[in-house]
Design a protein around this ligand. Structure first.
Ligand SMILES: Cc1ncc(COP(=O)(O)O)c(C=O)c1O
Length: 391
């Protein structure tokens, strides 16, 4: 079946935060938004059909899902990621950020240290702080060649010094686009195991790995690793369902699972939305051909961006994405103050990107651009950058 990812779908006036809230967030109303991590593509047709069936039925009572959700989810992981979760391991939550916050309260106490690797998805910082935990950062190393790696010496030193109760791992990593290797994950997990640090592995971008790479589920490394890991994934990034509020938290260890479930209960959450359950089940059951077509489209987009940046944005560097549909652009070589780059992007190019600084100080001189849009939109954004910085 063909899917038309080139179709420009007008999202304005649909209450989406990407297009409809520029003014409220202090930006000019006419900016072209390439920021928040959802896509400008329609979800798989089977998902739209499933939601339509629920809507037409017209009764939206309290709902749960038996095998309709778990069976295709398990098969998805087994088939595509080589890891077979068990039914009891799964706790569904209305989002990964919700799960991070619940896990912080379940497994750490006020004042406990929690370690992260900046630049990183900014709710990692705000969740740790909002819960009164101590944020410890072990920044990723950025090599001269433009590649990010883990600074294991710094990481272990900080783990020894601060004794973090939890490590928030972003895998694949947003915003730098790394798909961590088995060896990297093994070393990180080994350090955490040695020092009694639980790993919350945010694997929401697991279905987007490029160039023949594949994502490694942290819990599949070893039994010990699985025993002290909390894994979070969701159909939201993979199938563009973020507004339906459904995510998967897998906790193989029974005690940890109980503690997490108690914390979720304390938040007053019991069931999820009937729409989220229906959409997620249909997505994992029928969405694979759509995802494969989408991935091919996005790989072609990456190739286009790579060429454009190299030829027409001299001094701007595309950090080579190994995964995710979020691209990380390095503006350091332009020699402009970061604030000036941001001003030009917003007020001259009329683009709404994610300012690198929101991902931590390590993001100074960087911008994140979401390329999950029709190629014509991505092209327009890049041409605006060209005009403003090199016109
Ligand atoms: C690494 C990461 N985790 C979590 C989320 C959001 O998850 P949710 O919408 O399920 O809270 C995002 C969205 O961009 C993300 O990039």
């Amino acid at each position: 079946m063909g899917y038309d990812f080139d179709e420009i779908i007008d999202r304005r006036g649909t209450s989406c935060i990407k297009y409809d809230f520029a003014k409220e967030r202090g930006l000019p109303e006419d900016v072209l938004p390439m920021w928040v991590a959802d896509m400008d593509f329609r979800a798989p047709p089977e998902v739209v059909d499933a939601l339509t069936r629920v809507a037409v039925h017209g009764i939206f009572g309290y709902s749960e899902s038996k095998d309709e959700y778990f069976a295709p989810l398990r098969d998805w992981f087994a088939r595509r990621l080589g890891w077979t979760p068990e039914r009891e391991w799964l706790k569904k939550t209305p989002g990964v950020v919700y799960a991070i916050n619940a896990a912080l309260r379940a497994f750490t106490r006020r004042g406990d240290a929690v370690i992260v690797q900046s630049p990183v998805y900014y709710p990692f910082f705000s969740s740790v702080r909002a819960n009164g935990r101590l944020l410890v950062d072990s920044p990723l190393a950025y090599g001269e060649g433009g590649a990010y790696t883990v600074d294991f010496v710094d990481f272990e030193r900080k783990v020894k010094e601060f004794r973090p109760k939890m490590f928030l791992l972003c895998s694949p990593h947003n915003p730098v686009g790394r798909v961590w290797t088995d060896a990297e994950l093994d070393t990180l997990a080994g350090i955490c195991l040695k020092h009694g640090t639980l790993v919350f592995s945010d694997e929401i971008h697991c279905d987007f790995a490029w160039g023949g790479r594949s994502h490694r589920v942290l819990a599949s490394l070893s039994r010990e690793t699985a025993g002290s890991a909390i894994l979070a994934t969701a159909p939201s990034k993979t199938f563009n369902l973020a507004g339906l509020m459904i995510s998967n938290v897998f906790i193989p260890d029974r005690t940890l699972r109980r503690e997490f479930a108690s914390e979720v209960e304390r938040t007053g959450l019991s069931q999820l939305s009937v729409m989220g359950l229906a959409a997620g089940a249909a997505a994992y059951r029928y969405g694979e051909p759509w995802l494969e077509a989408l991935k091919a489209y996005l790989e072609a987009t990456i190739a286009f961006v790579r060429g454009f940046v190299a030829e027409r944005l001299p001094g701007v560097r595309l950090v080579e994405p190994e995964g995710t549909y979020l691209l990380w652009l390095d503006f350091r070589a332009l020699g402009l103050p970061h604030e000036e780059v941001c001003r030009k992007i917003v007020h001259e190019a009329r683009l709404w990107l994610d300012d690198g600084l929101i991902f931590g100080e390590a993001g100074r001189h960087f911008q994140r651009i979401n390329m999950a849009a029709p190629l014509a939109t991505v092209k327009e954004a890049l041409e605006r950058l060209e005009r403003v910085f090199f016109g």
